[in-house]
Structures are given as C-alpha cells and as structure tokens.
Write a protein that binds this ligand. Structure first.
Ligand SMILES: [Zn+2]
Length: 469
C-alpha cells in the first residue's frame, strides 16, 4: 500500500512520491522561544514526530528539520518586560521546550537550526529578491511585492485583492501595497540587529524559514508541516520568497497542516482560564505519554478538543496497554528477536497518518493478548509486535512495572528549569547582599527537589543529584 498524504496545496489526498526515494526531507516550523510551550504548541510536535517515525520505517534515510525562532518581536518584548537579556530568554525557553517535548517522547529533529545563526543566508536571499525585482527598499525596510508573484495566495486560496480587503493586513507608509510583507526591518539601538546593505536591522519571521530550509534541505524538498494557523500569511509568504528566489523551482511538494486545538470546546486563552502549558500538566502529575496519546486520538487534520476528561481517558487506555505487556520487562520484550510481522497499524498510518484508526487497532491487539493467559515464547512474540506497533505512535516506551509504580504518585522527578534558574538568581542576589540565611533557605528548596548547586568563579552551576535519572 502506498503512503498517501493530504496536501493543503492541492486540497486533496495524494500518493506520496518523494523527490529522492533514498532520502526524504521534511521541514516543520518550530517554536518562537519566549515562553513555555502550551498544549496547542505540542500538537504539531507530536503529529510530525509520529510522521517522522513512519517515514523512517518506510524509507532508508529521513532528514527532519525543525527550527528555533530566536529573533522575534515577541521575544524582544518578553525580554524587556522581564528585564532580562534576549539571550537569557531564548536559551531558557529553548531548553525548557526540549525538556517538555522529550517528556512527550518527541525524538526531535535531525537538524535544529536557530534563526540567529542564519542571518547571512537571509541577507543573501533578500539581495537576490531585490535583484530579481520581487522586493523593494523603502524607509529602511525591505518588502516583498506581492503583485509581482503570479501564484501568490494559492496555498491559502486567497487572491491578493481579497488579502488587501482583509482587515488582518497592516497598512504602513513604507508599503507600496498593503499586502506586501516585510523581509527585513530596521532595529533601534536597543533592539537586536545585524549589519546589512539596508542598515542595521533584523529579518522578518517568514524569511527565516525560507533561508533555513534552503540551507539544510535544498531548494525543493518533500514535506513542509506546521499548524493550520500558519497557512496564511507565514507559509504563503515562505512560498513567495523561496519560489521567486529560486527562479520558479518548486519549493515544497506536500504541505501538511494540523487542525486547531480548543480546550473544553473554547479557544484556549489566558483570560478564559483554560490555558494549559505542557509543563503545568506534567507538574500536575500527568504523564507525558498520556498527553501524547490524548493528542493523537484525534486525526491531525481535525480540530482537537482538549480536556482533562480526555487526558483521564488517555491514561486509562495506556493503563490497559501496559497491562498487556506486564509479566515481561521492556528489555525482554524489545530484545525478543522475531522477524517483523506484517503490521496493520503501519498500513493504517500510511493512510494520511490515521492515528485514531491505529489506536483502535492497538486495542484490538490488546484484546487478543488478554485472552492468552500463558507467558510463553509465542506470547512474547506477540508482545514484541505490540510494542513495535505502539512505538510507531511513540507510546509504551516505559517498563510496564515502572508505569504502574509511577501511576498514582504525583510526578516530582520532572525538572522545571525556569524555576531552578529563578531560584538560583534569587539565591545569588541574597548572597550578594549578605543575606546568607535566605541564600541557604533557597538552596534547601532546590536540594529538596534533588537539584545540587556548585558555586565557582564563573557563577553557580546546577545538576540533578545522585539517585535520580
Ligand atoms: Zn516557518
């Protein structure tokens, strides 16, 4: 059976034909690192990690690129609000993102380019677009002239006229047409900036992904993914930049977008009090695997209604799956060598990543295994296949006994790096003003969480104490 994927660009499901069947290349828009990842940010991470797992099973080589946006106006605002350096904010939330997504069994991308490491490539692309007359310079800004591109708006099915009429387009004196978008903009002396032919400035967000995908995947690659909210303007503008800079060469063959996420039927927002960060759910004792399964229970293109009730259901399902594996350790199950059986779950996932169908099949496999009471070699063989199938979805990665041990206790072995760093900063401030009682109190708070501090000439470093992984 062929792999089929729904392509936003054509508006239909298509048989996947790779550029090079020996090497699949995929790019997914990564986080802007100025805050904790919320559950809506986690959805594309889990969806495209699951797709990457399937692609790795089907093809000899996969290069999966997911960027880090570490220059953005939201980051600049967060840094100034918190009185911190930009670097501090981006490093802190990049680390936090990695830690939180690892809890969701995200294998991570093969390459994780940071926008600020690719300024040279971005400037080169802007120069190329100006030279080819797709972009113009006005009041220190460089803008892409939307009317110069014939197919602009095809991905999102908007015509440039509709876009101009749309209220979401910002009208500015430096734009020849309201639909034109920024490639490069000037930075004030307090804002981060890089020297360019147009003065000291910084890149527009859309430019980052065009420059980084070209550098790491080439001009034309197979799959570009992201949330549905990125179709317009972000992905539309990526297409405009890349296709025009590359003299019309195709940019991406398959555009994939995951649907919106609501919480308890409403748009997630801090003001409604239904805003969940991944870290908060982990701190409340929900297991990362439970969160992952809850995110995969809806098909990726469908809207997903997230709720604590849904998490509870996902947890019960994982309890059932782990009960199937009980009686053997994870190592025994993994190491049981058997030639891989024909996997019906793989076939289901090849149908536009049908994760709800695959989970349904896992339940069927579990029911069959429950009927086998003995723990002989043939049962172990079936457990091995069950484990392999579940691994395609990125679940059942724990030893069954560990799962049940950890099941009812509040999880306290997950490290909140922001909390650790804030506490260290408070302790250093206390030490600087000679308040050693407060400094010791703060050290004790961390040591109760098994975080050990070491003061040296360069400052304070921390590590997780012995006896914990
Ligand atoms: Zn992007």
């Amino acid at each position: 059976m062929d792999l089929t994927l729904y392509n936003t660009y054509s508006g239909q499901k298509e048989i996947f034909v790779p550029v090079d069947a020996e090497h699949i290349r995929m790019y997914v828009c990564g986080p802007t690192v100025y805050n904790y990842a919320h559950i809506g940010n986690a959805r594309p991470v889990v969806v495209f990690d699951t797709l990457a797992r399937l692609l790795r099973k089907l093809f000899p080589k996969v290069t999966y690129v997911r960027n880090i946006t570490d220059i953005d106006d939201k980051i600049i605002s967060a840094a100034s609000e918190q009185g911190k350096k930009i670097n501090f904010i981006t490093t802190r939330y990049t680390n936090q993102f990695h830690a939180d997504m690892a809890e969701l069994n995200d294998n991570g991308p093969d390459i994780e380019p940071h926008a600020t490491d690719h300024i040279t490539e971005m400037i080169k692309m802007v120069e190329c677009l100006i030279e080819k007359n797709f972009a113009y310079v006005k009041e220190g800004h460089v803008l892409f002239s939307v009317k110069k591109m014939k197919d602009y708006g095809k991905l999102s099915s908007h015509s440039p006229d509709e876009l101009i009429a749309g209220a979401r387009i910002e009208v500015s004196s430096y734009k020849n047409s309201p639909a034109d978008f920024v490639l490069w903009k000037p930075s004030s002396s307090e804002q981060p900036g890089w020297h360019s032919p147009w003065g000291r400035g910084r890149p527009g967000w859309h430019l980052e992904c065009s420059a980084m995908s070209e550098k790491h995947l080439g001009e034309t690659f197979d799959i570009h993914g992201g949330g549905q909210d990125l179709i317009f303007p972000h992905h539309e503008n990526e297409i405009a930049q890349s296709v025009c800079a590359h003299s019309g060469a195709p940019f991406v063959n398959y555009w994939m977008h995951n649907g919106y996420l609501t919480v308890d039927g409403e748009k997630m927002s801090k003001s409604l009090g239904n805003f969940y960060t991944v870290r908060q759910l982990l701190d409340e004792g929900w297991d990362g695997e439970t969160i992952r399964l809850a995110l995969l229970k809806s098909h990726y293109r469908q809207p997903l209604n997230f709720s604590l009730r849904g998490l509870q259901d996902a947890k019960s399902e994982l309890d059932r799956f782990y009960r199937v594996l009980r009686g053997h350790s994870l190592a025994e199950i993994i190491n049981f060598s058997s030639e891989s059986q024909h996997s019906t779950i793989e076939a289901t996932l090849k149908n536009d990543l049908n994760t709800p169908g695959a989970i349904h099949q896992l339940h069927g496999e579990a029911s069959r295994l429950f009927r086998l009471s003995n723990n002989d070699q043939s049962t172990l063989k079936l457990k091995n296949q069950f484990f392999k199938d579940a691994s395609l979805l990125g679940i059942l990665q724990r030893d069954p006994e560990d799962w049940f041990k950890g099941n009812n206790k509040k999880s306290n072995d997950k490290i909140d790096m922001v909390f650790v760093e804030d506490t260290i900063a408070l302790r250093n401030a206390a030490r600087a003003r000679g308040d050693f009682i407060e400094a010791d109190r703060l050290r004790d708070i961390l040591s109760a969480k098994n975080i050990m501090l070491e003061d040296n000439v360069d400052g304070t470093v921390w590590k997780v104490g012995e006896g914990q992984k």
